[in-house]
Ligand binder design. Structure first.
Ligand SMILES: [Zn+2]
Length: 247
């Protein structure tokens, strides 16, 4: 492990653009359950009944209680040492963009300033009809489901199944993947398109791929150059330390 850690640290130190791609695994230790796991919320709410755009638009009053529980989870969540390590890398000039599949806003809460949210943000609301954005306090006021002044349904500004990804975020992510010299993949098996293509695009453009995951993924064998097999909370501070300790 120390050899892989030092190799990864040297890659980060080597100059050029560094980007991170993060997923649910980085936020589990902050109390946000993995969407595709079997913990808590998703035991009780089948994503097919609660997380598709069709389910939301046809039965918003049924979906909102689940969304409010998710809001509570996110309100209670705090960044963990892995989020902080990525923010520290940015401050050191060794992290140029964090691309995340998470909607919890914990990268920004940890201090990362350059963040692209591929699946939107659970900390904003949007009107499905006119596109007006709201803070999340709108949901605690008045009747369920919350409605916009225009009469449209208000929904968290996150991507439900069946919705297109935000195009500008996706374009920024693809461009960063194509030009980066190092991609740090943290807490994601990167199996869900289109995020799954980002490490491949980076690799095709000769980037070094560093992977932080507790178990091997589809990337580990053929794509990853340095595999740090441990939880993000444990290994990310050690990676920063290894980088700081380089001669
Ligand atoms: Zn509206």
């Amino acid at each position: 492990m120390q050899g892989e850690l030092n190799g990864a640290a040297r890659a980060l130190a080597g100059g050029g653009t560094v980007v991170a791609l993060t997923g649910a695994g980085i936020s589990i230790d902050s109390g946000i359950p993995a969407f595709r796991g079997s913990q808590g919320l998703w035991d009780r709410y089948d994503p097919m009944d609660y997380a598709t755009i069709e389910a939301f638009t046809s039965h918003p009053e049924k979906v909102w209680p689940m969304l409010l529980e998710l809001e509570d989870l996110m309100a209670a969540a705090r960044p963990n040492p892995a989020h902080s390590a990525l923010a520290e890398l940015e401050q050191m000039g060794r992290m140029h963009l964090v691309i995340t599949q998470n909607i919890d806003g914990l990268h920004q809460a940890a201090g990362s300033r350059r963040v692209v949210e591929l699946h939107g943000s659970g900390r904003r609301m949007i009107c499905l009809d006119c596109g007006q954005r709201y803070g999340k306090s709108i949901v605690s006021m008045g009747d369920m489901p919350p409605r916009c002044a225009c009469g449209g349904l208000i929904k968290p500004d996150v991507i439900f199944f069946g919705e297109a990804l935000p195009q500008r975020a996706l374009l920024t992510a693809m461009e960063a993947a194509a030009r980066c010299r190092v991609m740090l993949v943290v807490g994601t098996s990167a199996v869900v398109a289109p995020a799954s293509s980002l490490p491949l695009v980076a690799k095709q453009n000769r980037a070094t791929i560093i992977e932080v995951n507790p178990e091997p993924t589809g990337l580990t064998e053929g794509v990853t150059d340095y595999f740090l097999q441990e939880g993000a909370t444990q290994i990310m501070p050690r990676l920063v330390q290894a980088l700081r300790s380089l001669p």
